[in-house]
Unconditional design. Structure first.
Length: 322
């Protein structure tokens, strides 16, 4: 059974905050657009919206949530919602947030208002028997009119690794490995997962060499992949081998251009820094104490106690703990 933790959401949240440029290709692919990758992307403020969740006692409770990704490119508004498991309330959540977003750009005069609705898509990390092919919203009006809007869902298990690379769908790549959840947890038939991870590693390095990815984007993307790996393996005996694919052997397959520029050590150090920063940031978001974060830095990034303490002090600066 898939763990319902915040790791998937946190990776998506961190990507949208730090690397919004990478989502332009996703917008192009999902909505049939052709924006240049350097187009100006505006991340819109995420107002909270209400949704009903199941409480620990089996009852229902109302909580405030935030849309995953609400952006504006030119005059178009897009809402991307990532989902790691089936949720019966997804369609109503999209409708709620769509109206909140539309309200920002509504026009009105005496007795009349025009409310534009954003384009939206739901991205499912995994598929189950209940995963819908599309998200449909119907608006029923008192005079009997019905307006129905349907958006085809993105189900990552339907996309091949080659398609993700061809279309430069970088935000999808960290979640690709979720299709191997059973194998990563059991250790059985790991070779397919290993080969796919090696494929992504080599292609990410190649695209970085072609300037399709910046240094920071490459480092963080590999770190995001390892975050999902550690989420699934949860410290089992196979975790270290899988994490090393992104964190170590990438240097051995570095292009000659990067090797000649003397970037071998810099990339290794940068990847370690990026992974350490993510562990600290996720730990803070989850409310972990310093001792627990320190232990995770050693276990998941492979740092010595001294280095872990150095990174912890660096990335905790200004946090609620200090």
């Amino acid at each position: 059974m898939q763990k319902k933790t915040h790791d998937y959401d946190n990776v998506f949240k961190t990507m949208k905050a730090k690397h919004k440029r990478l989502f332009v290709s996703v917008i192009n692919d999902v909505f049939g657009k052709s924006y240049p990758l350097d187009v100006q992307v505006e991340v819109l403020p995420s107002e909270g919206y209400l949704t009903e969740d199941e409480a620990a006692d089996g009852g229902k409770e109302i909580e405030e949530r935030e849309a995953d990704f609400l952006i504006r490119i030119g005059g178009d508004i897009y809402l991307l919602e990532s989902q790691s498991y089936d949720d019966d309330s997804m369609a109503i959540r999209i409708a709620e947030y769509a109206f909140i977003a539309a309200r920002r750009f509504a026009t009105w005069d005496i007795g009349e208002a025009t409310v534009p609705m954003p384009k939206f898509a739901v991205i499912y990390v995994k598929r189950t028997a209940k995963t819908p092919k599309a998200t449909r919203i119907s608006f029923l009006f008192p005079d009997g009119q019905t307006v129905r809007y349907e958006s085809e869902n993105v189900i990552l298990e339907d996309l091949t690794k080659e398609y993700m690379i061809e279309k430069k769908l970088f935000p999808y790549i960290p979640f690709y490995i979720a299709r191997y959840e059973k194998e990563l947890m059991s250790g059985n038939n790991l070779e397919a997962a290993v080969k796919d991870l090696e494929y992504f590693r080599d292609e990410i390095v190649r695209l970085h060499g072609e300037s399709s990815l910046t240094d920071g984007e490459m480092i963080d993307l590999m770190g995001f992949i390892n975050t999902i790996i550690t989420h699934i393996t949860n410290g089992n005996e196979h975790e270290e081998r899988l994490v090393r694919i992104m964190g170590g052997t990438v240097i051995e397959t570095e292009s000659e251009k990067l090797m000649k520029r003397g970037m071998k050590q810099g990339i290794r150090q940068g990847m370690r820094q990026g992974q350490a920063k993510m562990v600290v940031e996720l730990g803070r978001e989850d409310g972990l104490d310093e001792a627990t974060i320190l232990r995770r830095l050693q276990e998941k990034v492979g740092l010595s106690l001294k280095d872990a303490e150095t990174y912890l002090a660096q990335y905790m600066a200004g946090s609620v703990y200090h």
